[in-house]
Design a protein around this ligand. Structure first.
Ligand SMILES: C[S@@+](CC[C@H](N)C(=O)[O-])C[C@H]1O[C@@H](n2cnc3c(N)ncnc32)[C@H](O)[C@@H]1O
Length: 262
């Protein structure tokens, strides 16, 4: 069963997520791919905006951004970051997609929101009704490396393989069934996770595994000491990430919605 985003994104996980973003080239990489689309846009709707990794830099470029984000801890972090950067043209709607009506925006963006990017997700069918100029989706690729060593850790500690969610091919297949043939641009960026010390790193893995206890902690201390990389006075979990930016134009002479089933 998929855990609700509001339960999954605890304050602590959001703090770690923000710290990784602070040193990541994620936003500049993804928005670089979308430059031709952004040139035609004055507003954007970021669905599942998280703490604003893309919504905030978009608000710095465009006239108006709306961020839909159901997890209270993420929405709070988004508001705080926007405030700290003096970004005022961003509206945060604390809700899940489909729970509230949303007005059309020039660009609709949805990055790394697993449940909305499944091939049969209602979001893929509904997005055309709120996008005036373009849609951009960001998804992990099949070339994704071992996220936080889970592929190694799950069999070792849980005795089962780590099954990751759907990848970009499935989303593209879902779009093809709707008559859409988007551009797919592969990107690489850093998503390294910093930690102040090994104990904090153990907290991180305990939280993500949803387990705790001294035997696990002892195992993690030894396991992580061999895999994390010293970084200043702390450590990082190196995470070179690969993603697919799936995007298409809406409206005008290049409209590709003609054959879409609604
Ligand atoms: C992995 S984070 C990605 C955040 C941001 N898009 C980014 O790229 O950094 C996924 C976000 O999607 C949100 N989310 C999950 N289900 C959602 C839904 N049904 N509607 C809108 N947002 C959702 C989560 O709360 C979380 O903040």
């Amino acid at each position: 069963m998929i855990r609700r985003a509001s339960e999954f994104w605890t304050e602590r996980k959001v703090t770690w997520y923000r710290r990784a973003l602070e040193r990541s080239d994620y936003a500049e990489t993804v928005l670089g791919v979308l430059a031709p689309l952004l040139a035609r846009c004055r507003s954007a709707l970021d669905v599942g905006a998280g703490c604003g990794a893309l919504a905030i830099p978009l608000a710095e470029r465009l006239g108006q951004v709306t961020a839909i984000e159901p997890a209270p801890a993420m929405a709070k972090a988004l508001r705080e970051r926007a405030h700290a950067r003096g970004v005022r043209n961003i509206e945060v709607i604390e809700a899940a997609w489909g729970d509230v009506p949303v007005a059309p925006h020039d660009l609709v963006l949805c990055a790394h929101v697993g449940e909305l990017l499944q091939p049969d997700a209602p979001f893929l069918r509904g997005v055309a009704s709120v996008a005036r100029r373009g849609v951009a989706l960001v998804r992990d690729t099949g070339r994704e490396r071992d996220k936080f060593f889970f592929r190694e850790l799950y069999p070792l500690w849980l005795g089962r393989p780590y099954i990751s969610g759907c990848e970009h091919e499935e989303t593209v297949e879902g779009l093809a069934r709707l008559g859409l043939s988007p551009t797919v641009t592969f990107v690489s960026y850093r998503s390294d996770q910093p930690f102040t010390d090994l104990e904090e790193a153990c907290d991180f893995w305990e939280e993500y595994l949803g387990l705790e206890g001294e035997p696990l902690r002892a195992f993690l201390r030894e396991f992580l000491a061999k895999r994390l990389v010293p970084d200043g006075s702390g450590w990082i979990a190196p995470y070179p990430k690969q993603a697919a930016v799936i995007w298409w134009r809406v409206g005008g002479p290049t409209d590709q919605r003609g054959g879409a089933k609604r």
